[in-house]
Design a protein around this ligand. Structure first.
Ligand SMILES: Cc1cc2nc3c(=O)[nH]c(=O)nc-3n(C[C@H](O)[C@H](O)[C@H](O)COP(=O)(O)OP(=O)(O)OC[C@H]3O[C@@H](n4cnc5c(N)ncnc54)[C@H](O)[C@@H]3O)c2cc1C
Length: 471
């Protein structure tokens, strides 16, 4: 019997014959990342249905010196979820079949779900129980809970509720040697040493496979209001943010910024009309929530936004009058990445900065880029309330975009140097994966890198868990 038959037979015994994919056309969706920038090779794609099956596959891989690439919804944006093009022999372990709901504890306000539940399914489950799982991002219909934990996903409500890390009370993980660590618990206080859960969150599949998680739920807002505003400058948008955080702390769930270049792309590629009559350089989407249903939110919002208009922190604003209008405003914001994709290749940067440094960062970096690349089209949008920009660079047409993309190294150097000079981070929420791996050594201190390497060595001494990612 050939080597591949032995492999298929061993894995089929663990997960069932229909769940070991080895044909090229079956494997291909698992081998290329969402952006189409990274394609790798694997011996097989394996789809276990339980934590015990994941443990069996990982233990077998360890014994046979085969690397393991954990994969959730494959919506990651840094090439972490697909194998390397040239790397050690590996299997992709998809968590898509781990979809059980293990427990719902409404008194404790927690859900325990398996890793393959999509983020949207978890949101819906929380809603069924009158509660909210407050992580939301445009890929939520496909991204899985395991993937969102492994990347410590951010999204559009971090300003009020925090990152994924802030929602997790416990995890169950299959370690690189195949042992299962049952760290599922629903405790809000547990000071018994190193917090291993936080080691796993954001580890991008390099320390083990998360198979289940206990998630915190919060009260659902009883009122939600969405407004779309525009301002001539980013400094005014930041002044508006400060005003709202001073006057209605804890009520602003999202404060998103969309540059006029993005508005032109959503119009050109998706036919989405501008919600305001005059196009200004910056648009802001504000989502305002309240758990109190008594005082109508709209009156308070109108008064405060009127005051902001008088102070010239914004130039124009529209408040959605219905859920459909609110959804249409979010639709514009959430379709910026799709419109950008249709424009052509782009050099993408998911950066974070102190909010106080953002206006200067953008002005300085725009000027440096335009001087070096007069044809560059800067597509800037993101979670301004969290200091997180998706500062992307493309071209006015497909050919120019490709030329810009081919200059990625120089563009990255300009952007990331500027990020570091302004006290920022080269990865706000997407992680490191393959895309930014070479940069980690330049932005982390030697002490931090040494600690990270020691942790990796302790848990995965043979470097078989998602090799070539992060470190
Ligand atoms: C249109 C669009 C919008 C997006 N918006 C946002 C946004 O607003 N904020 C944001 O943070 N991200 C965003 N993302 C990125 C992406 O959706 C998130 O990173 C998401 O958390 C990835 O989940 P996934 O299940 O698809 O993981 P995958 O892409 O499958 O994997 C991502 C990483 O996690 C590892 N991994 C996956 N599952 C597990 C597991 N069970 N155990 C251990 N490791 C695992 C993989 O090896 C890989 O390194 C967006 C992506 C798209 C396509």
């Amino acid at each position: 019997m050939g080597g591949s038959h032995i492999l298929v037979s061993a894995l089929s015994d663990m997960v069932g014959a229909g769940h070991v994919l080895t044909e090229a056309h079956d494997m291909s969706p698992f081998l290329t990342d969402w952006r189409g920038n990274f394609t790798g090779a694997a011996l097989a794609v394996v789809r276990p249905a339980t934590a015990a099956q994941v443990a069996a596959v990982v233990g077998w891989a360890q014994e046979n010196s085969i690397a393991v690439v954990p994969q959730g919804g494959n919506t990651g944006l840094v090439g972490g979820s697909v194998p390397l093009a040239i790397g050690p022999p590996c299997v992709v372990v998809s968590t898509a079949r781990l979809r059980a709901v293990r427990a719902i504890d409404t008194a404790n306000r927690t859900l325990t779900v398996e890793a393959g539940c999509t983020l949207a399914a978890v949101q819906a489950l929380a809603q069924e129980h009158g509660l909210l799982y407050p992580v939301s991002l445009a890929a939520e219909g496909t991204a899985q809970i395991g993937g969102t934990l492994a990347t410590n996903a951010g999204g559009v409500q971090v300003l009020k509720y925090g990152n994924t890390r802030d929602q997790v009370l416990g995890v169950e993980v299959v370690l690189p040697d195949g042992r299962i660590w049952d760290g599922l618990q629903g405790l809000r206080k547990d000071n018994t040493g190193y917090d291993l859960r936080h080691l796993m969150i954001g580890s991008e599949g390099t320390l083990g496979i998360i198979t289940a998680a206990t998630l915190k739920l919060v009260a659902r807002p009883r009122q939600t209001l969405v407004a779309w505003a525009s301002t001539p400058t980013l400094a005014q948008a930041i002044a508006l943010l400060g005003f709202l955080l001073d006057t209605v702390p804890d009520r602003i769930a999202a404060f998103e910024v969309v540059s006029d270049a993005c508005m032109q792309l959503v119009k050109r590629h998706l036919g989405l009309a501008h919600p305001l009559t005059e196009a200004l350089p910056w648009n802001i989407l504000i989502e305002w929530v309240d758990t109190d249903a008594e005082a109508p939110l709209v009156e308070r919002a109108q008064a405060l936004l009127g005051q902001a208009l008088a102070e010239q922190w914004l130039a124009d604003v529209v408040i959605a009058q219905s859920e459909a209008q609110a959804a249409a405003l979010w639709h514009i914001r959430e379709h910026v990445p799709e419109a950008e994709k249709r424009q052509g290749k782009a050099v993408k940067h998911d950066v974070s900065l102190p909010v106080s440094a953002i206006a200067e960062f953008v002005a300085t970096t725009d000027a440096l880029l335009q001087a070096a690349f007069p044809d560059a089209l800067i597509v800037n949008f993101g979670h301004l309330g969290d200091g997180n920009l998706h500062y992307n660079v493309t071209g006015a047409d497909g050919a120019t975009a490709m030329a810009i993309y081919n200059a990625s190294a120089r563009i990255n150097a300009i952007v990331y140097d500027s990020v570091v000079r302004h006290g920022g981070s080269i990865s706000a929420e997407h992680g490191i994966g393959q895309l930014k791996r070479s940069m980690v050594a330049t932005v982390k201190s030697p002490a931090a890198l040494a600690m990270m390497r020691s942790i990796k060595q302790a848990l995965d001494p043979h470097n078989l868990m998602n090799p070539g990612k992060l470190l």
